[in-house]
Structure formats: structure tokens, C-alpha cells
Write a protein that binds this ligand. Structure first.
Ligand code: C2E
Ligand code: MG
Ligand code: MG
Length: 585
């Protein structure tokens, strides 16, 4: 194992801090025989172990020991008698020490007068008992050696705990320790009126980039110091993330207005004077049987909300926020289940040539059917699948399934059909998108020029350079590209001219507009005109009436899709629909 020199430095610092605070090792003798107490203190009187003298605490029964252990801090070692009030009072006390009092650093040396009362090996192991000795074995030198070993182990454990539970930079507890400390405080049930808060520095990563990491670290230290200094000992303060602090304490102290006010004065570190702001999320739902972990989650939900709507301010958690999020989480779980239990399927909506009426292709549209037969509309679950990243896997599945379907249809005697597949932005930007696309082509054996990808207008216009490059690569594969929902975005002609695309798809809102008498030109007619100028094919979606189709045809629109021709169909329905059509259509 290599050790980071900083860690050593940190540990040394800590040793200094510890030795400055507690210059002694605290040992506790627990035994019902006063003689044993006397003999022990006598044997160890005047000695220094690992550079420090010993201080003794005495308990004459298990119950007295519990009382003392609850009150006193930093006890390093207990020398514990097995037989006291009862035959196994000592062993029961070990359990209490580890499980109820949660004193895990404390080292335990068991002593018994009668060798027959030795605990089982498992007990020694399970309760982390350091040593087991019969009293006769504990001569002065042996006792010294045993206690030294225990103290060394104690020191080691403390160092490891320090590494595991404290943040080096700020010397504050870390996230895990924060949760433990909050949990302890909650268990004491004196937390009525307490709040848990999370404080997040605004734009810290920019500050870090601009000033360098060292200066960033100094800033964090200064913020930690300012919080420590102003909040006092009633508050549990921790660094729970790179630029986030956790706080728990009485509402009058963990008061967001006061705490955020602490940031009003500039923070001076080395040569820079900086004004930083912070945002807070808090929850005061500590009355019930809430766990620290959950309270922290709630505070985090409030923080996220604050970051969005009230940067530099704070938001208090409310139950309604929680149910929002829980609703989303449940929804996502259901979606995952739907994927696993194959309750997602694809329907295909025919697309026709407006002048000849011939079938030219179809659009693949995803469906989610609940167990009770109801449907969850894609407009509801696609955004969630996008936000969670699940769309990448789902989209890949849609692509493969619809390619397979097209290959089957072509084999059935429809060789010229085209398959249009919707691709969402998250999918398109995924680093493996092109690879997956290629793999789908290869695995399904679809001819690339019979596949079309639909991307929405807003996606096409965002991050133009990246889009251009990807679109070119897609086109190089022989796949065509349609811009979906065209007319709803704000593309400029010059932007559009640059894009390597094949087709514009007029949004159905502009098609339904066609049945009303609108003064001036329709958006649909402008889109068609634009398509003509750019030499692109234009397809209209959502055609429900003959009149709309006629108008579109007159305006020069090439293709159409909508309930007038067919609703989206399952594979079985699609085959029936095809068979029912006159030959050549
Ligand atoms: P979209 O790509 O614009 O799909 C057209 C929508 O219009 C479909 O809704 C279709 O059922 C509906 N539609 C077709 N003809 C008519 C008509 O005559 N009248 C009316 N009122 N509606 C018609 P759907 O299936 O609910 O899909 C909604 C949106 O969900 C799609 O809009 C698309 O953005 C998204 N979507 C669907 N499947 C997928 C998919 O596999 N992947 C991705 N990324 N998005 C998908
Ligand atoms: Mg579409
Ligand atoms: Mg559309």
C-alpha cells in the first residue's frame, strides 16, 4: 500500500491535536473486587505508555460501567471482569458497549479469575475483544505488555477512523460521519425543532478553474472555518461533498438567513479577496421517526429546487416535493419493469405519397401497455426515459426491432418500403451512438438507404458543430435524415441550409390548422416552400381529413401520414392492412 504523504502529514497533525487535548490514555477498570482495582493501578502506576501517562476510571458493576461509559469520552481501554453481578455480566457488557453504546474504537481486555469462564472464540471475534486473560496471568510485565498492545491498536483504529470519517482539508466530519452523528442525535430524541440543511457553494467549480486548485482548497477551508466559528458547538457541521456542507442543529442556529448572511463579507485567502454565495436546502421534518439518511435526501431535494429557482437563497423541504420525486422514481421503476417484462412494443404508422396514394414507408412509434390494458403515452414516458438515460437502451431496442420488421416486410414483397425511427437527443449524443447504429445495420441486414432517422428541429439546431459532424457520419452510412416537428423551433434558413438532411416533417399542429380559415399564409405552406428551396422532400404528419390532404398536395407537399390513412398498427395489424390494399398501393 502506498501512503500519500499528505495523509501522513494529516495523521501527524491529528496526533498533535490529540496529544494537546488529551495528554493521557484513559483506562477503565471494571471489576466487582476492589482488590483487583488496587492491584491494577498499583501495577501500572507511574508508567508512561507510548509517551503518555495513564488515567484510571473505576466501575464496580456492569451497570455502573454503562453509566460511566455513556458520560465519559475518549476511553481507550477497559479491563473487564467476566463474572460480576451475574456469571456473564462482563460478556453482556461487551455486547452493550459495541451494540448499544456503539463504542467501536474502545479496546476491551477481558479478565477472569476462573479459567472455566472463557468466552467462545466467536464471541471474542464478534465483539472485537482485544485480549482474554486469566487474572493470574496478569503479572506486572504481562499487564504492561497487554495494555500497550491494546493502546497501540486503539491509536491505529482512531487513525483509520479519522481517515474514513473526517475530511482532511476542513478537518470536519465527512458525509458518512455526518449521517452517524445526526443519527445519534436523532436517537437521543432531543431533536424537536432541529433542522438538517445542506449548503452548496455557488459556481465553485468555476472559481476552482479560475484560481487553481490550491486557492480553491484554501477557499473551502476558509468557508469551513467561518461556519465553524459562527455556528458554535450546538451544530453538527460536516463537509459532505466537494463544495457542500451538512448542518444539523436547532432551527434558531441553523437559520438559513443567518447562515447565508455569513457570506456577505468577502472571504480573503492569500492574495485574493472573493465574494462567494451559497444556496441551501433544509428540512425540519425531524419530529417523527425519520432516519438521518432520509432527512438528508429531503434536504437535497430542497437544495436542488433552490439551485434551480433561488440561487443564493434557500428552500425548505415540503412533503409535496418529496411526493413529486417519489412519483418520478416510481414511474421509472415501472418503466424498467415494463422493459423487463416486455410490456413495451412498437407500432408502425404508414406514410403515403400524397399524389399517387402509394405506401412509401412507415414510422416506428413506441407503446407502453400496463398490465390492466391501459397505455402510458410516449409523451409522458419518453422525457423521463431521457432524463434517466434509459432512452439509450430503449432507443437501441426500437431501432433493432423496427429494422427487423422492415427486413421481414421487404421479404414479404414490399421491397421499397422505408422505416422511420425517432431518435432522441440523449441517444444521438451518446458516445456509442454511431457504433450501435452500425451494429444494428449489420445484425439486422437492413439496407441503410431504407432506414430514416427522425430528429426534432430543436435537437438539430443545438450545438451545431457536433450535430453537423454526426449527421454527416450518419448520412455516409447511407441512412437518410428527417427533421421532425418542423415549424415548432426557430431554425434560420442559413442554419437549415447547412444541415445534411433529406426531409422536413411538418408538425401536426400546422396540419390541423389547415382545416380552419386562416388569413394570410399557413405555416405549412411556408415549410413546403422552404423545402422546395432547399430541395428537400416534405412530409406532413397528423393528416386526419381529406381536405387537409388536398390542400397539402396543392401546396406541393410530397408525403403524408395520419389517421386518414391509418392509425399506428401492430405488426399483425400492419400485415392485414397491407393485404387489404389494392395491388401496387
Ligand atoms: P412524433 O415523432 O411527432 O410522432 C407522431 C405522433 O403523432 C405519434 O404520437 C402519432 O401516434 C401521432 N399521430 C399520427 N397521426 C396522427 C393523427 O392523424 N392525428 C393525431 N392527433 N395524432 C397523430 P405518439 O405515438 O403518441 O408519439 C408521440 C411522440 O413520442 C413522438 O412524436 C415522438 O417524439 C415520441 N416517440 C414515440 N416513439 C418514440 C421512440 O421510439 N423513440 C423516441 N425517441 N421517441 C419516440
Ligand atoms: Mg416522429
Ligand atoms: Mg412529429
Amino acid at each position: 500500500m502506498t501512503i500519500d504523504p499528505d495523509v501522513i502529514h494529516f495523521l501527524e497533525d491529528e496526533n498533535d491535536a490529540v496529544s494537546a487535548k488529551e495528554l493521557v490514555w484513559r483506562l477503565m477498570v471494571i471489576d466487582d473486587e476492589p482488590d483487583v482495582h488496587r492491584a491494577t493501578t498499583f501495577a501500572l502506576s507511574g508508567v508512561k505508555i507510548l509517551g503518555r501517562p495513564l488515567e484510571f476510571l473505576h466501575a464496580y458493576s456492569a451497570s455502573e460501567a454503562i453509566e460511566l461509559l455513556t458520560r465519559e469520552r475518549d476511553i481507550a481501554v477497559v479491563l473487564l471482569d467476566v463474572v460480576m453481578e451475574s456469571e456473564d455480566a462482563g460478556l453482556a457488557l461487551v455486547k452493550t458497549i459495541r451494540q448499544r453504546l456503539k463504542l467501536t474504537e474502545l479496546r476491551i481486555i477481558l479478565r477472569t479469575g476462573q479459567p472455566g469462564y472463557a468466552p467462545e472464540i466467536e464471541t471474542i471475534h464478534d465483539f472485537d475483544i482485544n485480549d482474554y486473560k486469566t487474572k493470574s496471568e496478569l503479572t506486572r510485565t504481562k499487564l504492561y505488555a497487554t495494555v500497550t498492545a491494546a493502546l497501540r491498536a486503539y491509536e491505529q483504529i482512531r487513525k483509520l477512523d479519522l481517515l474514513a470519517f473526517y475530511d482532511r482539508l476542513s478537518e470536519l466530519p465527512n458525509r458518512n460521519k455526518f449521517i452517524d452523528l445526526c443519527e445519534e442525535r436523532l436517537e437521543m430524541k432531543r431533536t424537536q425543532g432541529d433542522v438538517i440543511g445542506i449548503l452548496d457553494l455557488d459556481d465553485f467549480s468555476e472559481i476552482n478553474d479560475a484560481l487553481g486548485h490550491q486557492q480553491g482548497d484554501r477557499l473551502l477551508q476558509a468557508v469551513a472555518d467561518r461556519l465553524k466559528f459562527n455556528l458554535g458547538p450546538d451544530v453538527i457541521l460536516a463537509r459532505i461533498g466537494s463544495d457542500t456542507f451538512g448542518l444539523m442543529g436547532p432551527a434558531r442556529v441553523v437559520d438559513p438567513v443567518h447562515i447565508l448572511g455569513l457570506f456577505r463579507d468577502a472571504i480573503v485567502v492569500k492574495d485574493d479577496s472573493m465574494v462567494v454565495t451559497a444556496t441551501m436546502g433544509l428540512t425540519n421534518l425531524l419530529g417523527g421517526s425519520i432516519l438521518a439518511h432520509d432527512a438528508l435526501k429531503d434536504a437535497n431535494i430542497a437544495l436542488k429546487r433552490a439551485k434551480k429557482t433561488r440561487r443564493g437563497g434557500f428552500v425548505m423541504f415540503s412533503a409535496e416535493m418529496g411526493s413529486d420525486i417519489r412519483e418520478r422514481v416510481r414511474f421509472l421503476q415501472n418503466l424498467r419493469l415494463a422493459v423487463e417484462s416486455e410490456r413495451l412494443f412498437i407500432v408502425y404508422q404508414p406514410q403515403v405519397n400524397l399524389s399517387s396514394g402509394r405506401l412509401v414507408g412507415m414510422e416506428a412509434l413506441i407503446r407502453w401497455r400496463n398490465e390492466d390494458g391501459t397505455f402510458v403515452p410516449p409523451d409522458r414516458f419518453i422525457p423521463l426515459a431521457e432524463a434517466s438515460g434509459m432512452i439509450v437502451a430503449i432507443g437501441d431496442w426500437v431501432l433493432r426491432m423496427s429494422c427487423h420488421e422492415l427486413v421481414r416486410l421487404q421479404a414479404l414483397g414490399y421491397p421499397d418500403l422505408r422505416m422511420s425511427v425517432n431518435v432522441s437527443q440523449v441517444q444521438f449524443r451518446h458516445p456509442e451512438f454511431l457504433e450501435k447504429l452500425n451494429a444494428a445495420l449489420l445484425d439486422t441486414g437492413i439496407r441503410p438507404n431504407s432506414l430514416e432517422l427522425e430528429i426534432t428541429e430543436s435537437v438539430a439546431m443545438e450545438d451545431a458543430d457536433f450535430m453537423l459532424e454526426t449527421l454527416h457520419l450518419v448520412r455516409e452510412l447511407g441512412i437518410s435524415i428527417a427533421i421532425d416537428d418542423f415549424g415548432t423551433g426557430y431554425s434560420s434558413l442559413s442554419q437549415l441550409r447547412q444541415l445534411p438532411i433529406d426531409r422536413l416533417k411538418i408538425d401536426r399542429a400546422f396540419v390541423s390548422e389547415l382545416s380552419q380559415e386562416v388569413s394570410g399564409g399557413h405555416i405549412a405552406s411556408m415549410v413546403i416552400e422552404l423545402g422546395r428551396n432547399l430541395k428537400l422532400t416534405v412530409i406532413a404528419e397528423g393528416i386526419e381529413e381529406e381536405r387537409q390532404a388536398e390542400t397539402l398536395l396543392k401546396l406541393g407537399c410530397h408525403e403524408g401520414q395520419g389517421y386518414l390513412y391509418s392509425r399506428p398498427l401492430t405488426t399483425v395489424q400492419l400485415r392485414e392492412w397491407l393485404q387489404a390494399r389494392p395491388a401496387g398501393q
